[in-house]
Design a protein around this ligand. Structure first.
Ligand code: DON
Length: 304
């Protein structure tokens, strides 16, 4: 059976099930979303692409952007980046502060908020025009000039960003933030506010299914080894304290965001995005995980 047939069938099946999740209301602006939105898009390394539902509609990608900011910082710093953060699953929620004290300000991994704040600090130090340069990196990866930050979402998150403010200041007290916390946080909130459709996201992540090569330009974004490592981190840390369960159910590296998006990558084959705004208790899309579990089961393809 082709991917298209499986995706179409599962889309109709999962659309019908009761969604027991809740939208992420801690960022006020995210509450305005229509919770019935549901879109899927697969982009393959062999150029066969397919979308269903609301796959062309933009949504807030939130923490999914952490993979992209890491990719750019990794490209710039190489392996020395790991002096600033770890590569272990945290087993805690994305916004947790508890391990930082014993870990002396070194975040467990780049995908929890603490790690992504350190990455924002690195980019702030290394890029001439951080906001513009990061955006053009993303546009280049996606093959689309139509991608942008949402100042509405960034401002909304900043107005209630107490935990992230605490994280950044705490890490700074251990000398693992070099810039002014307010500047690092502004950039972090901007990065999280990126808006993309499922189609744009799958196209953007295709380089991680393609040995680190941007399939739209043939540019080597990351070395093959770096691309392998980012996939490994998505597999072990992409869903916070639900990472083990995602690996168990879906069997692919992936990354979620509180906007309800999930991207999963099958190295060598495809990147697939599912968007459904209501989240389970761990902050990951309720229907997104259900869809992907059924998709890898039905297609009989996973990395395991
Ligand atoms: O910092 C935050 O809390 C949000 N900007 C991002 C959190 C997020 O997407 C976690 N993912 N599931």
């Amino acid at each position: 059976m082709s991917f298209d047939t499986i995706i179409q069938r599962l889309f109709l099946e999962i659309k019908k099930i009761e969604d027991t999740g809740e939208i992420a209301s801690y960022i006020p602006e995210l509450q305005n979303i229509d919770t019935n939105k549901f879109g899927i898009y697969i982009a393959s390394t062999n150029n066969s692409n397919y979308g269903v539902g609301d796959y062309a509609e933009k949504f807030s990608i939130q923490s999914i952007s952490k993979v992209l900011s890491l990719s750019l910082a990794y490209n710039i710093l190489g392996e020395t980046i790991w002096n600033r953060l770890g590569v272990e699953p945290s087993g805690t929620s994305y916004n947790s502060l508890i391990q930082l004290e014993t870990d002396k300000g070194i975040p467990r991994n780049p995908f929890i908020n603490a790690g992504a704040i350190v990455i924002a600090d690195i980019l702030l130090s290394k890029l001439k025009y951080p906001k513009e340069d990061f955006l053009s990196f993303i546009r280049n990866l996606s093959g689309s000039e139509k991608i942008n930050y949402s100042s509405k979402i960034a401002t909304s998150e900043k107005s209630v960003g107490y935990r992230n403010i605490a994280l950044c200041n705490f890490i700074k007290s251990f000398n693992n933030i070099q810039n002014a916390p307010s500047e690092v946080l502004d950039f972090y909130f901007d990065i999280c506010s990126l808006e993309m459709s499922a189609k744009e996201l799958s196209n953007t992540f295709l380089f991680l299914a393609n040995k680190g090569i941007n399939p739209h330009t043939n540019n080597q974004v990351l070395t093959q080894s770096q691309s392998k490592r980012i996939n490994a981190l998505m597999q072990t840390c992409g869903f916070y304290d639900e990472s083990g369960e995602f690996a168990f159910k879906v069997g692919l590296p992936g990354k979620s965001g509180v906007g309800g998006g999930i991207v999963a990558v099958h190295p060598g084959h495809y990147a697939i995005t599912v968007w459904s705004p209501k989240l389970n208790k761990k902050g990951n899309s309720f229907k997104g995980i259900q869809f992907l579990e059924k998709f890898t089961t039905a297609s009989k393809l996973s990395i395991f």
